[in-house]
Design a protein around this ligand. Structure first.
Ligand SMILES: *Cc1c(COP(=O)(O)O)cnc(C)c1O
Length: 369
């Protein structure tokens, strides 16, 4: 076995689940596959290849280096860099042939100074207040860019509450965005994009214009618990995080486990030590809260999650946990264990943070069906 494989932890990525999800999500708006943060931790290059094979014609990343990685891997698809471009980044957009976001009037001025620049997507700040041109300045900005010879491909916006129970503010954002389209009239660019994954699966169509839908988490099946996804869309999780039991012991009553002695055995208890810790990207907040799957059963995490190891209680030495052996697989999330949504909830976070948080130490084992 190669040294890289002699590690008792792996993230299994099933590309066929992503294929399945794309097919479920296609049909309303043209998909822009969001593969930022290394494809939400699943591997941006293999994920992008699958998306392209499935007919996805647009990709989005967060940063120029993320786009460069895709170009170096031979990906020729249109790529939108979602970040606000800083002035010194502009040559890289041209060198790599990327689509840029015009995130402010100031960025528009910088782009006009380089015209003809790469194609741009003018972002309108309809209420997220993260990036974008104010709605009242958006139409004028689009016209100035076009007159300067810059190709404006799209106007777009981002919703703050597409995943919330009450879509009220999302619909208010859409109204503000429609106001910009009215201001533009016949000067509107060919495309718009508004919906992210949650909006795509939950809200009614947000625009009657030719639209891209910027889909991220749903492509990876991150909402398989259907907290937001309606029954008509069947999502499959594409990742499992699997560790292995590296040590077993029975601790007597009154003995504690891990740093800080935050868990104490009340009766003789079998403790399994797993080769996964917060340096791999699992939240330390899972201490005394999360659970893992071993041989089809669930066992609670006891004591503090350490940098490289985590302990779980297998319960009574005569109970079902006695079947567990050193070397057994233990599933932190995915098939055979809790879902990513359940593990994230136990840690007080969202599944996106779990999969994007996995570190370089976790080998990604990619398969395709
Ligand atoms: C990350 C991101 C998306 C994708 O969001 P999901 O919730 O993962 O579908 C869409 N648009 C923008 C601007 C983003 O930053």
């Amino acid at each position: 076995m190669s040294p890289e494989r002699a590690v008792a932890l792996r993230a299994e990525v099933d590309l066929s689940a992503i294929r399945h999800n794309v097919r479920q999500l296609a049909g309303r708006g043209e998909i822009m596959g969001v593969v930022k943060a290394d494809g939400y931790g699943h591997g941006a290059v293999p994920v992008s290849r699958v998306l392209i094979e499935e007919g996805v014609g647009w990709l989005a990343v967060a940063t120029v280096p993320e786009a460069a990685e895709l170009r170096e891997a031979g990906v020729q698809t249109r790529i939108l860099v979602l970040a606000a471009p800083l002035p010194d980044y502009l040559p890289a957009y041209e060198a790599l042939g990327l689509d840029a976001v015009v995130s402010s009037v100031e960025v528009a001025d910088a782009v006009i100074g380089r015209a003809p620049f790469v194609p741009v997507h003018v972002k309108v700040d309809t209420g997220m207040h993260r990036l974008g041109v104010p709605p009242e300045e958006a139409a004028g900005t689009v016209r100035r860019l076009t007159e300067a010879g810059v190709e404006v491909v799209a106007v777009w916006t981002h919703l703050a509450t597409a995943d919330a129970d009450d879509p009220g503010f999302a619909l208010e954002q859409v109204r503000r965005f429609d106001g910009v389209l009215r201001d533009l009239g016949a000067d509107a660019p060919p495309l718009v994009h508004v919906a992210n994954g949650p909006a795509h699966v939950r809200l009614p169509p947000l625009t009657s214009r030719p639209a891209l839908v910027r889909l991220g988490g749903v492509l990876y099946g991150l909402d398989s618990d259907r907290a937001m996804t309606p029954d008509t869309v069947d999502l499959r999780p594409a990742m499992r995080l699997v560790s292995r039991v590296v040590h077993l012991q029975t601790v007597p009553p009154g003995e504690s486990v891990s740093y800080g002695r935050t868990w104490t055995a009340e009766r003789p208890t079998v403790i399994a030590t797993l080769a996964v810790g917060y340096a791999d990207g699992i939240p330390r907040a899972l201490s005394n809260r999360g659970a893992v799957g071993i041989r089809g059963a669930r066992y609670p995490i006891v004591g503090r999650v350490c940098m490289d190891m985590t302990m779980v209680s297998l319960g009574d030495p005569d109970g079902a946990g006695r079947e567990v052996r050193r070397g057994d697989e233990s599933v932190l999330f995915g098939r055979g264990g809790p879902s990513a949504e359940q593990t994230a909830a136990a840690a007080g976070t969202i599944p996106y943070e779990l999969t994007t948080g996995l570190t370089r130490r976790v080998p990604r084992i990619v398969s395709d069906g």
